[in-house]
Design a protein around this ligand. Structure first.
Ligand code: ADP
Length: 395
């Protein structure tokens, strides 16, 4: 193995990593990846695979082994030291919020870290976790270059009208804007379409990233025009534990009822969405397998709001040529895709049932006016490429 880029994606319950080798022609080749999962949970584990899918590590850990992200980082760092040829050329981090200043990936400094830290209230589930490994590397390996790759940056192409809330201008100036998220995923989708179906990429595309977090994005010629998440990752589509679109008056009512900030935040980030609606689970697989009417209601709500948002995004795209499903639910659930698409039949969307059931790349039927596709996302590859591009001029 020659020079490598290390990608780190530190979430609330998992720490994912990938190693990409810089080949002699300057492109990147995935060499291995893995994750410490179940951080702070009952059944933590550590798995890693190489580029051929061969299992390099598959360890069940005891709950006490991984009480927090710091413990997960130690496990990852120890393992990587035995599996990387030497220090990486650079480490690329997934950072959920770049605020108004970040419209592309950036070499991290202590000043930038302070700025990103100040954005933490805008992404309470993610930002501090994302920044934790940056701090550890600054402390223990200060000579290693670190690059921040943002979920918000891809959307900085959106128009001023789209970026605004209808609030006094003062709030916009203070940063209360629609930033949008899942940008690394949408950038991957845009690039992948360009490589595999350039005529689709050049058109009006709506991509639906449906995972435990969920959003949709209107793109024209691969450029973001509008997305459903806004100031924070709470807005837009319903999610595993977040409600999506919510009348701001509900929050005022909660305050009036005596709930404090932390209680409301916990409710909106951890106990709403599919989990709250169903009272059963935040996991779409569990809900789809359940016959409980509350589980059916949650799935219906999810497909209804997703279809409704896709229809709304058509305004930003100026119409619709192609619809792309991605992420855990979008890539794997024929039932959810069918639920969304059946609500868009008036737009000319028709699924090929067999192709949909098989999670095929093209799932629209020959009679569909809109091309419908399943494209597995790869946010880590985008981070590796952005990291390499950011440091390339410095080598
Ligand atoms: P994240 O990266 O945001 O944690 P993912 O993109 O991995 O999320 O998506 C996780 C979601 O995908 C979970 O709700 C899980 O239930 C769902 N999922 C995974 N496989 C399937 C499947 N076969 N059918 C339905 N949902 C699935």
């Amino acid at each position: 193995m020659g020079d490598v880029i290390l990608v780190v994606n530190a979430g609330s319950s998992s720490l994912k990593f990938q190693v990409h080798e810089v080949t002699p022609d300057g492109t990147l080749a995935f060499s291995l990846g893995g994750q410490v999962s179940g951080i702070g949970a009952e059944q933590p584990g550590f798995r890693a695979r190489d580029a051929n899918g061969a299992v390099l590590e598959d360890r069940r850990l005891q709950p006490g082994d991984v009480p927090d992200l710091a413990a997960a980082q130690e496990i990852m760092a120890g393992w990587l030291q035995g599996h990387m040829p030497g220090p990486p050329l650079a480490v690329g981090h997934r950072i959920v919020h770049g605020g108004p200043r970040m419209s592309r990936s950036v070499l991290l400094s202590h000043d930038i870290l302070d700025y990103l830290d100040s954005l933490s209230p805008l992404a309470p589930l993610h930002q501090q976790n994302n920044l934790a490994p940056v701090r550890v590397i600054f402390e223990h390996w200060p000579e290693i270059r670190q690059v921040a790759c943002f979920d918000t940056a891809f959307h900085r192409t959106q128009s001023p009208v789209v970026e605004r809330f209808a609030l006094p201008n003062e709030y916009y100036e203070r940063g209360v804007r629609r930033y949008g998220f899942h940008g690394l995923s949408y950038q991957y989708i845009a690039g992948r379409l360009r490589e595999t179906m350039p005529e689709v990429a050049a058109g009006r595309v709506i991509a639906a990233h449906l995972g435990s977090g969920a959003s949709a994005c209107a793109m024209v010629d691969g450029v973001s025009r509008e997305t459903t998440m806004g100031f924070t990752a709470l807005d837009g589509l319903p999610m595993g534990t977040r409600p999506g679109r919510l009348d701001a008056g509900v929050v005022l009512w909660m305050l009036e009822q005596g709930m404090n900030h932390d209680e409301i935040q916990d409710l909106l980030y951890n106990h709403s969405g599919m989990k709250g609606l169903s009272g059963i689970s935040n996991d779409m697989r569990t809900l789809l397998a359940s016959t409980d009417p509350a589980a059916r209601l949650a799935v219906d709500y999810f497909t209804y709001r997703t279809a409704e948002s896709i229809a709304g995004l058509c305004v930003a795209a100026g119409g619709l040529d192609s619809l792309v499903f991605t992420a855990g639910v979008g890539e794997n659930s024929p039932e959810v895709r069918a639920g969304v698409c059946s609500r868009l039949e008036w737009l000319g969307v028709r699924l090929d049932e067999a192709a949909n059931a098989a999670n095929a790349q093209v799932i629209s039927g020959p009679d569909s006016r809109i091309g419908v596709y399943v494209v597995p996302t790869n946010e880590e590859l985008v981070i590796a490429r952005q990291t390499h591009d950011t440091i390339r001029g410095m080598l």
